[in-house]
Unconditional design. Structure first.
Length: 276
């Protein structure tokens, strides 16, 4: 079974292709399960005054859900569509986030940290915010948010766990042990919450040139018995499942033999077989 649980679509403003384009592409490339998981609308910033094309407008959210479930039924028997949401964790906005998550019958919700305050650390237009920053202090703030995201109980798995490295900013080697401690603390919160993490292959085409999370974090997660799923984070139908062959190969090499799948907010495991 081939799966891809992290995809984005034209509604979010920074992706191309309609939901149905992704589903048709998924059928074409032989996916068994396709997770649609567009970005939650912005809550803590004014979309009109913030950077454009960040997420779907709030009024589009019910339309997204309605279309996704309609297509899930339309293509039943050809591909198993799972309807999800990438639900940003933003400290101080837990009540508003929970309201969105509980309002709809999601198959799964990804918990991702993009924002530190009003800074989206994953946005190439905001890389200037690193200037003059203590990189380790930013990492500490980021992993604290990841830890709190896991502790909310809102999410089924955490997305791109170390996306903070996306643009290549990393603490120096003299802080390696302290950085590992931040990572382990976040993973401990994931384990305690009983949720999964994803291996997000999109990092291979980003400046960091490494999947999210790193092999170091991945190995620690596996040792802790944390379930894993995979996602391409595609923003274009033609990039659906991009690099997931490498993700599956790495997981298999590290001893993983099952992947997490989700339906109706329930997790089940499917076999992971070595790519031919």
């Amino acid at each position: 079974m081939l799966i891809d649980y992290h995809t984005h679509h034209e509604r979010c403003g920074h992706a191309v292709g309609a939901l149905e384009d992704y589903i048709r592409r998924g059928i074409e490339i032989g996916l068994s399960q396709l997770g649609v998981s567009d970005h939650m609308p912005l809550l803590h910033v004014d979309p009109a005054a913030y950077y454009p094309e960040m997420a779907m407008p709030m009024e589009e959210l019910p339309r997204y859900v309605e279309e996704a479930f309609r297509l899930k039924e339309k293509y039943r028997g050809q591909i198993d569509v799972r309807v999800g949401l990438e639900g940003d964790y933003i400290e101080g906005w837990e009540e508003q986030i929970e309201r969105i998550i509980t309002a709809y019958p999601w198959d799964y919700v990804i918990g991702s940290v993009h924002f530190l305050g009003e800074w989206d650390v994953s946005d190439f237009r905001q890389v200037h915010n690193w200037e003059g920053k203590d990189v380790f202090a930013v990492y500490a703030q980021y992993y604290d948010a990841v830890t709190k995201a896991a502790q909310t109980g809102f999410y089924d798995f955490l997305g791109h766990l170390d996306v903070i490295k996306r643009f290549g900013y990393k603490p120096g080697p003299e802080l390696e042990q302290e950085t590992i401690e931040l990572e382990r603390r976040a993973l401990a919160a994931v384990k305690e919450a009983g949720i999964a993490i994803e291996l997000n292959a999109s990092g291979l085409s980003k400046p960091c040139a490494e999947m999210f999370p790193s092999e170091r974090i991945l190995q620690a997660a596996i040792e802790m018995g944390i379930p894993l799923t995979v996602g391409s984070d595609a923003h274009d139908p033609q990039k659906l499942s991009e690099h997931l062959d490498q993700a599956r190969t790495l997981l298999y090499k590290l001893g993983v033999r099952e992947l997490a799948t989700f339906e109706g907010r329930r997790r089940s495991m499917i076999p992971l077989e070595a790519d031919k």
